[in-house]
Design a protein around this ligand. Structure first.
Ligand code: OXD
Length: 284
């Protein structure tokens, strides 16, 4: 944006038309009531739900910007690593052990994707490319080729019952906080597996540990946590059935992000609409 003045925000900064932010403090919005656009440097906007934003400002999240392919890669990797038992082979090989395991039927590992937005839809289709049965669940009804879609609270249990590997990609809202708990996770097919790439607050940590320890769930790959970085000593670090990664499943890519936000600022300045505007009532 060669015509624009770009400044790092500090308390007392001059009024701006647009703000580009990640996890901003309330003070920024209290001091900048004239803002027209607030651009989040990520896909999830849960950090804004507790803030008071200038009423005239549009809150805009990143719309893919190179994230969906990373998310698809990460989830496919986690699914394949689990089903093909690559984690077990790694352990065997580390001990100098050469041993085959019985091939597993893909049909026995239906993958359920919760949340069918830009990221969830791409993940569902990518997993389907490897011939896993794929089911999806979202708040409102969706149609995605190759994915058996469920929608709304009424169909949530049926979705869980059809799922063995559960991928959480729903936005964090008051309705979805703690949605991954003892009751819901117990409804997965026996030997269920959890991949959480949304937000740590979706998951009740102690419930996951209990279900893994009882053998009801086979394992979990977790990229997001209630407190990040994951505190030292948290049981997830060392649990033998949990794989931890440091919130890296889909990183904000600098060049794609800059190009997208600059394009949207220009569009808003021309009075055009842009994609990715958050419905603040709905929370995403
Ligand atoms: C995001 C994230 O919301 O990285 O984009 O978690």
């Amino acid at each position: 944006l060669p015509g624009a003045e770009v400044e790092e925000w500090r308390p007392g900064a001059a009024p701006a038309d647009h703000a580009v932010v990640w996890s901003p403090p309330q003070q920024l919005f209290d001091e900048q009531p004239q803002l027209k656009g607030i651009f989040n440097l990520g896909a999830g906007v849960d950090a804004f739900l507790k803030l008071r934003l200038p009423p005239g400002a549009r809150l805009v999240r990143l719309d893919d910007a190179g994230m969906s392919v990373q998310m698809a890669e990460y989830v496919c990797h986690a699914v394949i690593r689990h089903v093909r038992e690559l984690d077990v082979y790694e352990r065997d090989v580390a001990q100098g052990k050469w041993g085959f395991r019985k091939p597993r039927e893909r049909a026995d590992y239906p993958v359920g994707v919760m949340g069918l937005g830009v990221l969830g839809a791409r993940v569902a289709q990518a997993v389907g490319q490897f011939d896993y049965p794929v089911v999806g669940w979202s708040r409102s009804a969706k149609e995605i080729r190759g994915v058996r879609c469920f929608a709304g609270d009424d169909q949530f249990d049926a979705f869980l019952a059809a799922t063995r590997i559960l991928v959480c990609l729903v936005p964090l809202t008051p309705q979805t906080e703690n949605i991954l708990n003892r009751e819901t996770l117990s409804k997965l097919r026996p030997g269920g597996y959890l991949i959480n790439v949304a937000r740590g607050a979706h998951l009740v940590d102690a419930d996951l540990i209990a279900l893994l320890d009882s053998g009801q769930l086979a394992g979990a790959t977790l990229d997001v946590f209630r407190i990040e970085p994951l505190p030292a000593g948290h049981p997830f670090w060392t649990h033998p059935k949990i794989t931890v990664t440091p919130h890296t499943s889909a990183r904000t890519l600098r060049d794609e992000t800059i190009a997208q936000i600059a394009g949207k600022i220009q569009a808003l300045e021309r009075g055009e609409s842009v994609v990715g505007v958050v419905d603040r009532e709905r929370g995403y």
